[in-house]
Structure formats: structure tokens, C-alpha cells
Write a protein that binds this ligand. Structure first.
Ligand code: NAD
Length: 435
């Protein structure tokens, strides 16, 4: 089979490489010339474990190619996936669909009468977008022989390849039988692994993605509020999370208390769901509350650092360990670091930070931060250290060395990666979440 992936970002590049690994011929198209040039040079533009080997292998096998121009590759493909960004639209919180509709218009000109193609929205798009994509294409090219399908992506950055190759389920929605056959053929290797395939209408498929992310964001926000309650009443949120998580109806995952969810998906998707629901007169008040609580939580994290430092960080050096929104990615989108660092700076601190992979991206988004070469360089002379991202290399700090380097031994662990009882012996003043 032959497919095109529009967008060579986190989702397009990973999905494209994984489909190629399934034996499909894939061309990834992206207007970003520097990104495509880097891919031609064998450089992976994002940090994703295992992706470099997978891309290399499939490029060498002749199944994976990259181009900036749709015109060069659109002949007789079975499916064109739209995997472009759908960020929050400035001003109103709805999903910005301009990249999706631009992609639809790009596609329309190349579809023909004599060859059937499925146009698949893999981007996370609000209910009704698939139908709008179909309308856009028909208006531009009334003779095009195509149908639209929705196939939301559930991969997680940092474990994206495993998530794509061995997903909990695949969801796709289409109202066209021929399109459904193409989608089944593309995912045939997963059928063989007995992966559950949930086939729905366009609308149900689109909503499934938002409902899933909103549910997970709610679960995180729930345990974060329990953590705050634990702090007031002397309970330990990790014990509470374990106690409820072992209940099969609740489940253990997404019950780690922390500084609030961030990343490229949950913040924008919860907000977009809230806006869609409001616009059709069926508000999702739980999700509205989750969005509000999470925003306030992220903004309040700097106050915890200031409190741990004795009430003020004015004139102090603060060491920040980790700035990506989670480990194993260089993605900074809606990372809690983007709230915490400017708030600390506004309170008079000088921030010196280290992240194993995200500093290049972070430099574009944060100003006046001293970017250090390693963990201990970031700790040098700092009056307080903050763990913002739970990278493995922060999990076994040499506390004697850290103490000798720092101006005062104060650690704020916003990811609960250390045990408070064990921290007592290190001589550090230690603050964590909900314990
Ligand atoms: P991204 O910003 O990493 O990549 C988007 C890419 O699309 C960019 O490289 C951009 O240059 C390209 N692009 C823009 N317009 C284009 C066009 N007309 N034709 C071809 N390419 C074009 O975004 P991402 O993180 O890969 O997310 C893509 C979509 O997938 C979003 O809707 C997102 O919500 C969803 N999603 C993301 C994740 C994730 O973990 N990142 C997981 C599941 C779903």
C-alpha cells in the first residue's frame, strides 16, 4: 500500500515510520524545509527514543521518504493522513484548524476521478472537522474520488513507537465502506496481534480522542486535589493513590500527584472540548473545572518554591532540574517550567537550569535563564533546587556533592521522585507534593 503523511512532527514522523515498518510505502510531506533537509541528512528533528533507528531502517529499505512538496508524491496513494498541528486558537481557546484546512485544500488539487483515496484526519480535531474537510475538498475539486475517515492517534511522546506498534486499541471512524476497507488493510498487522479495533462514525471517533484526554486530565487533577488535602490532614497521597489504584475499576495509572498536567495535548484538548461543548449548548462542567484547577495549580507552583526558600527568593539563585513537560521528550509545549521559571524570576530569583534534551527548545521560550551543562553545574551556589521533570538522571542525585555545591540544601521535588523518610538523612530540607 502507499500512503502520504502530511506533517512530519511528533505524530506524522512516528506514525509514518511505523506504517513503513508494517510494510507500507510512506511519504512524509512537510512544508518546513529545514525539517525535511535534516531528515534527508539522517537527522531526526525531535527527541524520541528509537525513532532514529526505525527511520534509518525504513529509509534504507525504500519504504520511507520525505519531501516538502505534495505534488511529487500524490499519484495513486491509498490514503493521505493529515497529521498537522491543532494548537489552541489565540483569543478564544478553540482548536486552531487552519493547518488542517490548508492541508485539505493542498490535497484537493491532487485527487483524481479514476483513483479512490481515503483522506484521514490523524490530528486531534473537534467534532465536525472531518465533514468540513470533506466539504473543503469537494468545493475545490468536485470530481475527486475520495472519502474521509477519522483515525485519532493515542501515542505518548517518549514511548511513541511502542504505543503505535502495540496500542491498547485503534479507533477509526468513517461513513464509507471502501474507506473502512482501506483502514483495515493498513492496520492489518495490528489485527493479527488481536489489537481491539473500534470502528465508529466520523463524529464518534473525533469525540473519542477528546473524551479520552479529558478523562485522563481529570484523573490527574483529582489526585492533585487529593494531594493538597493530604498535606492539610497529614496523609500521604502515594499511599492513597495506591489504595485506590489497586481497585480495578479505578486503575493505577495517571494517579501520580504533581505540579499539574502540561504537554502538547492535554491542555489544548481539554480546552477545545470545553469550547466545543459550550458551542453546542452541552457544557462539560467537570472538564471546565479541571482546566481551571490545573491552570491555577501550575501558576501556584512557584509559591511552593518561594515558601520552601523561607518566604522569598529575591536575589537568590534557583536551580531548576528538568524543563520538558515530561521525561524522554524535548517537547516544551505547555510545560510547567513555562509557568514556574518566569514566576521565580518575577520574584527576584536568578534561574539556572539543566535538562538532558530540551534546553535548545527551552532557550527559545524562556529568557534570562542560565543554561548549564549538567545537573551539578545547575546546583552550584543555588539556594534552592527544584525538580520539575522526572528525568531518570535526577533520580539518584549525589546529595553529599549537591550539598557541598549549593548555598543552602533545600530541595523542592514537584515530581515526588524521592522518599521523604530517606531524605531526612541527607541533611536537605525537602518538600514534595501531598506527603
Ligand atoms: P507538530 O507540531 O510536532 O507537527 C506538525 C507538523 O505539521 C509540523 O512539522 C508542520 O510543519 C507540519 N505542517 C503544517 N502544515 C502542514 C501542511 N499543510 N502540510 C504538511 N505538513 C504541515 O505536532 P504533533 O505533536 O505531531 O501533533 C499533530 C497532531 O496530532 C495534533 O493535532 C496533536 O494534537 C495530535 N496528537 C499529538 C500527540 C503528541 O504526543 N504530540 C499525540 C496524539 C495526538
Amino acid at each position: 500500500m502507499n500512503i502520504i503523511m502530511l506533517g512530519a512532527g511528533y505524530v506524522g514522523l512516528v506514525s509514518g515510520a511505523c506504517f513503513a515498518e508494517f510494510g507500507v510505502n510512506v511519504t512524509c510531506v512537510d512544508p518546513d524545509e529545514s525539517k525535511i533537509q535534516r531528515l534527508h541528512d539522517g537527522i531526526i528533528p525531535i527527541y524520541e527514543p528509537g525513532l532514529d533507528d526505525l527511520v534509518k531502517k525504513n529509509v534504507e529499505a525504500g519504504r520511507l521518504a520525505f519531501t516538502t512538496s505534495l505534488s511529487k508524491c500524490v499519484q495513486k496513494v491509498d490514503a493521505i493522513f493529515i497529521a498537522v498541528g491543532t494548537p489552541t486558537r489565540r483569543g478564544d481557546g478553540h482548536a486552531d484548524l487552519s493547518y488542517v484546512y490548508q492541508a485539505a485544500r493542498d490535497i484537493a488539487n491532487y485527487l483524481t476521478e479514476d483513483h479512490f483515496t481515503v483522506v484521514v484526519t490523524k490530528s486531534t480535531v473537534p467534532i465536525g472537522t472531518g465533514r468540513e474537510v470533506e466539504k473543503n475538498i469537494r468545493e475545490t475539486n468536485s470530481k475527486a474520488n475520495f472519502a474521509v475517515a477519522s483515525n485519532p492517534e493515542f501515542l505518548r511522546e517518549g514511548s511513541a513507537i511502542g504505543d503505535f506498534m502495540r496500542p491498547d486499541r485503534v479507533v477509526f471512524g468513517t461513513n464509507n465502506a471502501q474507506a473502512s476497507e482501506v483502514m483495515k488493510a493498513l492496520y492489518r498487522p495490528l489485527y493479527l496481534l488481536e489489537t481491539p479495533i473500534v470502528q465508529t462514525t466520523l463524529e464518534s471517533s473525533e469525540l473519542t480522542k477528546y473524551a479520552g484526554n479529558a478523562f485522563l486530565a481529570t484523573k490527574i487533577t483529582f489526585i492533585n486535589e487529593m494531594a493538597d488535602l493530604c498535606e492539610k490532614v497529614g496523609a500521604n497521597v502515594q499511599d492513597v493513590a495506591r489504595g485506590i489504584g489497586l481497585d480495578g475499576r479505578i486503575g493505577k495509572k495517571f494517579l501520580h500527584a504533581g505540579p499539574g498536567y502540561g504537554g502538547s495535548c492535554f491542555p489544548k484538548d481539554t480546552l477545545a472540548l470545553v469550547k466545543t461543548a459550550q458551542s453546542v449548548g452541552s457544557p462539560v462542567r467537570i472538564v471546565e473545572t479541571v482546566v481551571d484547577i490545573n491552570n491555577k495549580r501550575k501558576q501556584s507552583m512557584a509559591d511552593r518554591v518561594i515558601a520552601a526558600a523561607g518566604g522569598s527568593v529575591k536575589g537568590m539563585k534557583v536551580a531548576v532540574l528538568g524543563v520538558s513537560f515530561k521525561p524522554n521528550t524535548d517537547d516544551m509545549r505547555d510545560s510547567v517550567a513555562l509557568d514556574v521559571i518566569p514566576a521565580l524570576q518575577a520574584a527576584g530569583a536568578t534561574v539556572q537550569a539543566f535538562d538532558p534534551v530540551a534546553m535548545k527548545e527551552a532557550e527559545r521560550l524562556l529568557s534570562d535563564v542560565k543554561w548549564m551543562n549538567d545537573t551539578y553545574a545547575a546546583l552550584a551556589d543555588a539556594s534552592v533546587a527544584v525538580i520539575l521533570t522526572e528525568w531518570n538522571e535526577f533520580r539518584s542525585l549525589d546529595f553529599a556533592r549537591a550539598k557541598s555545591l549549593m548555598a543552602s540544601p533545600i530541595l523542592v521535588d514537584l515530581r515526588n521522585i524521592y522518599n521523604p523518610n530517606e531524605m531526612v538523612n541527607t541533611g536537605f530540607s525537602y518538600t514534595s507534593i501531598g506527603r
